[in-house]
Design a protein around this ligand. Structure first.
Ligand code: HEC
Ligand code: HEC
Length: 210
């Protein structure tokens, strides 16, 4: 347990170093974000009706990494889910890496409460699964560990976390040969015994401090 916490703290230290090192311009990012509002909302709060998840709880480094994957077809390419194929052309509207970094920095300035829960699961079972299979990378409280490229999960929409776990399990996310971090996560999603276990772990995640 002690080792686990140290790992998580080390990750946070490295993360802040990485973020402050990138010369980002949230004001420019605000301009780029106008393309995103229709689906993700003006506060990055997400919109379930559009299958567009909350973004404002995520670390800019992770948001930028995913946008870069969408732009290169490493996420949302052939064989991916319909929802990720919707997102890929949106990421392509960002002209270059600077635009990606800037929009990610702007999203990090936005705030909203977490969305309401939409699915039922056994929170206690979910906690057991999380501690056994997920916490080493995603950290205590699921706050993420950027040293391991593992995003924050606490505060995420339950329907989105469920959809992503199912996409990893079916190979619709994380199968592209260049998707090394997605490949890691695919293996972990496959460890959960069944779809009820997916619901349980998501119910646990959604109950964490946002
Ligand atoms: C047409 C609706 C739509 C628009 C416009 C849109 N998105 Fe998305 N976005 C989605 C959907 C749907 C997903 C979920 C993809 C999936 O299921 O894998 C998504 C996913 C994402 C993710 C992944 C989040 C994660 O936790 O991995 C990021 C980051 C993102 N969008 C950022 C943006 C940005 C920045 C813009 C504007 C440049 C934008 N989106 C515009 C629909 C949209
Ligand atoms: C070996 C480290 C590792 C373990 C263990 C791990 N993950 Fe992950 N997880 C990752 C990485 C890395 C990513 C980012 C994947 C990417 O870059 O697309 C990720 C991404 C995710 C995402 C997508 C989040 C988003 O915003 O799109 C979910 C959901 C997730 N993990 C849940 C879990 C659950 C639940 C478990 C336990 C069953 C788990 N992870 C175990 C490393 C791990």
């Amino acid at each position: 347990m002690k080792k686990f916490i140290i790992l998580a703290l080390t990750g946070l230290g490295l993360a802040s170093a990485t973020i402050s090192a990138s010369a980002d311009n949230p004001e420019a990012g605000k301009g780029h974000y106008t393309t995103c509002v229709a689906c993700h909302g003006d506060q990055g709060q997400g919109n379930k009706a559009m299958n567009a998840p909350r973004l404002n709880h995520l670390e800019p480094v992770y948001v930028a990494a995913q946008l870069s994957k969408f732009r290169r077809g490493v996420r949302g390419g052939p064989g991916a889910t319909a929802t990720s194929m919707q997102m890929a052309p949106m990421a392509a509207t960002l002209a270059d890496d600077q635009a990606v970094t800037d929009v990610a920095a702007y999203i990090a300035t936005l705030e909203s409460p977490a969305s309401a829960s939409t699915l039922a699961g056994d929170v206690k079972m979910g906690a057991d699964y999380y501690n056994q299979f997920c916490g080493a990378c995603h950290g205590a409280g699921a706050v993420g560990n950027l040293a391991l490229n593992s995003p924050r999960l606490a505060g995420g929409d339950d329907w989105y976390l469920q959809a992503q776990l199912l996409a990893f399990r079916s190979g619709q996310r994380g199968s592209h040969p260049e998707d090394t971090t997605g490949k890691q996560m695919r293996a972990m999603a496959a460890i959960l015994p069944d779809e009820q276990a997916v619901k349980d772990v998501v119910a646990y995640l959604h109950g964490l401090e946002q």
